[in-house]
Design a protein around this ligand. Sequence first.
Ligand code: PLP
Length: 372
Amino acid sequence: MNYCDLAPSYIRSIAPYQPGKPISELERELGITGIVKLASNENPLGASPAAVAAMQNAIKTIAIYPDGNGFELKDALVKRYGVAHANITLGNGSNDLLELAARAFLTVGDKVVYSAHAFAVYALASQAVGAIGISVPAINYGHDLKAMLQAAKDNRVKMVFIANPNNPTGTYLGAGELLEFMRGLPPEMLVVLDEAYNEYLPEDKRYDSVSWLKEFPNLIISRTFSKAFGLAGLRVGYALAHEQVTDMMNRVRQPFNVNSVAQAAAVAALRDVSFVKKTFELNQRGMQQITDGLTRLGLEYIPSCGNFVAFRIGNATAMYRRLLEMGVIVRPIANYDMPDWLRVSIGLESENAKFLAALERAIAQQAHGENK
Ligand SMILES: *Cc1c(COP(=O)(O)O)cnc(C)c1O
């Protein structure tokens, strides 16, 4: 028998998530070292030294189960955002929170709206519970909130996922348009506002979504320690929402979904404001360096508010391979319906320079029809 057939059809139809290639695997495959990975939007500075020290300390009590309620981390978040403990759900990465939202509120046949080219996990989390995803066409690769509002109302959806900024496009929605969307949406429809790259927003684009929770009990804000805080390997994120929404998300959560080392590191990382500032500034400079380089090479890119940028290139798959062979890992995004694009994460200055030099060589090789 085929054991796949034992799974419900909505599980069988899920397309597996394609993670970026780990450096170690590529080094083994190609027999080279010194590879630069600019494929998963990680923090090129690593983690905050304060977070690393907190982890080392937390290891001493690793035999003990973590605090299932994450009291200290929630307390740190309460102090930072002025919300209550009852408004916070902790997750094993914010990916966990997207799934908890789906698992708590969606069932087979429920409808969900998200944008074309939006983060892949929205479709995965919806499909995993048998909900039906409706992908709304984008405008200039960004969310078309007016069309999404219409689609949500027309289809009486249960949930809308919005990424701001969005991955892999880096596109951004302003506070005005988000508020207009929220005000137009019936209150029984939930909105998951995924702000994984919130800390990377330039000063003039920042907005206070947390203050909106008072007006919108149907709003769920998700944030992560994986990107600007440099803790992707630890897996920790949080969601802020109305206490009843939070209550439901917590009921489907594993009792110990965030490990103790991660909780300790997140508390320290949250306090290390200067590390996040340094990360932000490095990213601003690196974004300029990379977009200047792309412009010099005559390549089109999507202006990005994240720590990555998508650029258009002919033969994206072949170019991805050429870059790999030169020791630079970027991310193909054909699975986001963008087959002619690659996404590069912003790295250290030297990594960005290595990427741009490799890209220039790869384009020259391609022009001369070498190796292919
Ligand atoms: C990276 C990312 C996340 C989740 O990252 P976690 O490591 O699970 O916290 C969520 N949303 C978007 C848009 C992302 O790019």
